[in-house]
Write a protein that binds this ligand. Structure first.
Ligand code: ATP
Ligand code: MG
Length: 223
């Protein structure tokens, strides 16, 4: 059965793709068949296959399961803005039903692990009445929280943990992304370790690629 992980973060631009591609790499190294997935992307380039997003392409590059692009990234929006606004600008509406149908299709793929990168932070509107967490909570999927280690991260991380739990989802682990030196890093890590009710899977320093980032993760903590 496909093990599903949803990678969220304390905000946009916090290292979700760095962490997600590292997770794909780590599971592949362990011999698993892994799908990298970016259900909603905003910020795409035109290609012969249609609109494509860089996060999705990075996830595909680490994955060892060949998939058509539209299953990896079913909602690909051109403008790098909030997805429901990008969709409205091109007269589209994102629905929870199409997202749920996409996850259901992935269940039929011969694979062991799904690494599904969210968009923005946890509380992402997908249309005028629904939030992405309402979709995620309907799936049998474990949440991994990426925390950008910088001033303000305690508030962002603890609020995000509360919101994840209020959505009825389970945090399977969290990742500290620390590309830049931070004052009192050890103390901040200790504060979060004491308060987040899930294992710290690793601390990622400044890295140049997914393989390097994967060296800092302990995915056995997810078992
Ligand atoms: N540990 C790291 N080492 C080196 N560069 C990093 C690291 N973490 C993040 N970055 C860089 O910071 C930028 C943002 O990271 P990333 O794209 O992973 O964030 P994100 O949360 O996925 O953003 P989005 O919300 O757009 O999906 C990228 O250019 C990435 O390469
Ligand atoms: Mg990303």
């Amino acid at each position: 059965m496909l093990r599903r992980f949803f990678i969220t973060g304390t905000d946009t631009d916090v290292g979700k793709t760095v962490a997600s591609t590292a997770l794909v790499n780590a599971f592949v190294t362990q011999g698993q068949r892994v799908i990298g997935h970016k259900p909603i992307s905003a910020g795409c380039e035109q290609s012969p296959e249609g609109l494509v997003n860089d996060d999705a392409l990075q996830l595909i590059a680490q994955s060892n399961v060949t998939m058509p692009y539209h299953l990896v990234n079913p909602i690909a929006l051109r403008e790098p803005i909030a997805p429901h606004i990008a969709a409205a600008q091109c007269h589209q509406t994102i629905t929870s039903a199409e997202l749920i149908a996409n996850y259901a299709q992935l269940d039929h793929i011969d694979a062991d692990v799904l690494i599904s990168e969210g968009a923005g932070g946890w509380c992402l509107p997908i249309n005028d009445s629904e939030l992405l967490p309402e979709v995620v909570s309907q799936l049998d999927i474990q949440v991994i929280l990426v925390v950008a280690m910088r001033l303000g991260c305690l508030n962002h991380a603890l609020l995000t943990q509360q919101a994840i739990e209020q959505s009825g989802c389970q945090i399977a682990g969290w990742i500290a992304n620390a590309p830049h030196p931070q004052l009192c890093m050890d103390e901040n890590l200790a504060t979060l370790t004491a308060r987040i009710d899930a294992p710290l899977l690793g601390i990622i320093p400044n890295v140049s690629n997914a393989k390097a980032a994967a060296q800092y993760l302990d995915i056995s903590l997810l078992d």
